[in-house]
Write a protein that binds this ligand. Structure first.
Ligand SMILES: Nc1ncnc2c1ncn2[C@@H]1O[C@H](COP(=O)(O)OP(=O)(O)OP(=O)(O)O)[C@@H](O)[C@H]1O
Length: 266
């Protein structure tokens, strides 16, 4: 197992307490395990994400990426391990924890018969925003995603890539500190994929949002990204692209993943 340990604390007093760690990490997952009907799917998964960090959760089909997302979004309840979002324990302070996260699920969830503005207004209302505030934030987020002209369009008239961008704008409307994207480029053509990957990296840099992007596609990894490799429910590498390449003695990040996952990653 490869783990990046760039700053090793020199004395016991430098070691952050659990409270301090949760304070500084936007997402803090510790020792998380999960089984479906007794079959282990995730085993002792631990990692932290800080503000402005863009981490690609990379793993072959069936590695457990969606299951991990389901636990972080609390679609499923975890019994083993802990998850903190913005310092809030997901089980004990789920409302506060959820307020800190925006999610783009693998399956599109916009109402196709409504306009972009109506979809975003609905989401704003769910988060307690006034209509005016929701409109202001929608315009701001859509502009950042080059979608400012789409407000009055019905979702069914948008392309797949445009819909994904609207979903990202919706995910960011309540100004979360964490954005989770579960294979958001599935079904998109190469140009739309590239645009989406570009946008998300820029959002993370400019807005300081911590991003966890699940994919099994190597070309969605940027050289400056952190990569967390999940295979058979376990983290088998966690570090910068360069570190993972060095540690696996690989010529490219694609080679590194193929070595780590027995050639299962495309
Ligand atoms: N509801 C469920 N009940 C039982 N087993 C499940 C359920 N959902 C997923 N699994 C199994 O859990 C394992 C992990 O699946 P998961 O969907 O989390 O992987 P993934 O990495 O997201 O894969 P993909 O890239 O194909 O979406 C797989 O073996 C899958 O068959």
């Amino acid at each position: 197992m490869i783990h990046e340990n760039s700053e090793t604390p020199s004395t016991a007093s430098d070691v952050p307490t659990a409270g301090e760690r949760q304070e500084s990490a936007v997402l803090d997952v510790q020792d998380l395990s999960f089984s479906y009907s007794g079959r282990p799917i995730l085993e002792s998964v631990s990692f932290e994400l800080k503000a402005g960090e863009c981490a690609v959760l990379l793993g072959p089909n069936g590695a457990g990426k969606s299951t991990l997302f389901s636990l972080i979004t609390r679609l499923y309840d975890h019994r083993q391990g802990t998850i903190h979002v913005g310092g809030h324990d997901l089980r004990r302070e789920s409302v506060q924890a959820h307020a800190q996260m925006g999610v783009v699920f693998q399956q599109p969830t916009l109402d196709q018969d409504l306009t972009v503005a109506q979809n975003l207004a609905y989401h704003g209302a769910l988060h307690g925003m006034t209509p005016g505030e929701a409109r202001r934030r929608a315009a701001q987020q859509l502009t950042r995603l080059d979608m400012q002209d789409s407000l009055r369009l019905r979702v069914r008239h948008l392309s797949g890539g445009q819909r994904r961008r609207v979903e990202i704008a919706r995910g960011l409307l309540h100004e979360p500190r964490l954005l989770l994207l579960d294979e958001p480029t599935v079904g998109l053509d190469i140009t739309s994929r590239r645009t989406l990957v570009e946008h998300v990296h820029r959002l993370s840099r400019e807005q300081g949002v911590a991003v966890l992007w699940a994919t099994h596609l190597i070309d969605e990894v940027y050289p400056e990204d952190r990569v967390i490799v999940l295979d058979h429910g376990q983290i088998c590498a966690d570090g910068s692209v360069a570190d993972v390449m060095v540690q696996t003695r690989s010529e490219s990040i694609g080679d590194a993943f193929n070595r780590l996952t027995d050639g299962e990653v495309s």
